[in-house]
Design a protein around this ligand. Sequence first.
Ligand SMILES: Cc1cc2nc3c(=O)[nH]c(=O)nc-3n(C[C@H](O)[C@H](O)[C@H](O)COP(=O)(O)OP(=O)(O)OC[C@H]3O[C@@H](n4cnc5c(N)ncnc54)[C@H](O)[C@@H]3O)c2cc1C
Length: 359
Amino acid sequence: MTELRELTTMRVGGPARSIERPASAEDLAEAIRAADEWLVLGGGSNVVAPDDGVDATVVLTAGLRGIESVAADGGRVGLRIGAGERWDDVVAFAVERGLAGIEALSGIPGSVGAAPVQNIGAYGQEVAEALVAVELLDPASGRADRVPAAELGLGYRTSALKRGERDGVVLGIELALAPSRDGVIGYAQLANALGAAVGAAAPLQAIREAVLELRRSKGMLDDGAFPSCGSFFLNPIVDENWARGLPAGAPSWPVGTEEADVAAPLDEGPRHRVYPDRRDVKLSAAWLIEQAGIARGYALPGSRAAISPRHTLAIVNTGGATAREVLQLAEFVQIRVSQEFGINLRPEPVILPAPAGAL
Ligand SMILES: Cc1cc2nc3c(=O)[nH]c(=O)nc-3n(C[C@H](O)[C@H](O)[C@H](O)COP(=O)(O)OP(=O)(O)OC[C@H]3O[C@@H](n4cnc5c(N)ncnc54)[C@H](O)[C@@H]3O)c2cc1C
């Protein structure tokens, strides 16, 4: 019997009722139709699966392959990519062909189909910036529709799919990329690594290599060195006035520089049109955790889950950890940060519910 720990990068989780590996979108729709309870998984890199397993058929998307050209507006190059392709293979494909727009998303583990689910982002880029549409299977009707990205409620590590506002399985995505050998550096750490300024142009290949190296140094590649599901906590977004009460030196960024750039073209006026009610800032969850006294490598006594020795935001499985140990540590971090700063850190991964009746 396949255990979810074999299908997830955090390496936790008990058995699934059954596993389906459909080779096509039609087979996937059929597998879902035939199952009374089902759960779709790509690379399992953003889930914490319960120790008792899931009382459902796990449907894997890995068989939904293919990258093909499609039409795109504004001189850009359109690609339609199957949900089961590895995300990083697509980034490598784009970089090799001189297509800009996703190079800073190099090295993010997982599948293409999951990329829009939490609007993957890193080093100043988000998939939302290149995403045109998804092909979405409606599990109830078995029908697949092309849904424009604008209808997916994409935000900071979220979407209508992740929030459960919309049901559906992503069968494929459409990206529009700019034909260019260079990309724009959108993040200070990346700029430092490249010896250039934020906003400057750099060759796509150089950006990709610098991002992969930064990720390696933080244990944020899925290479087995630090089993995790990436960042465990979101950077909290709080009211700017409230943030002024934090200790001096607390890093904060105006919210939505990237969202606002996408949502409000310059000729449409100031940013308050996008955020009419309040001015928010994004805080550093890593800074808050460290200031709450939790250092890299920290583990609760006797636990095999630990804060990554390389990255404060990641919880790693140091060998044989259970989901319970991972979640206990996550809760401990949340409580400490909440006691110290009055901020509730929200988890980034999807925490799958334990089956009914399990402890
Ligand atoms: C080392 C490491 C580093 C990471 N770094 C980043 C990062 O920099 N930025 C970032 O954004 N994320 C990061 N992540 C998180 C993760 O890689 C992404 O969220 C990725 O998109 C998850 O893809 P997956 O195929 O593994 O999804 P899974 O973990 O298999 O699934 C995640 C969720 O999406 C759902 N889902 C999966 N496929 C589909 C589909 N086809 N249709 C509908 N729903 C689906 C699942 O049911 C589940 O709820 C990191 C993870 C790791 C382990």
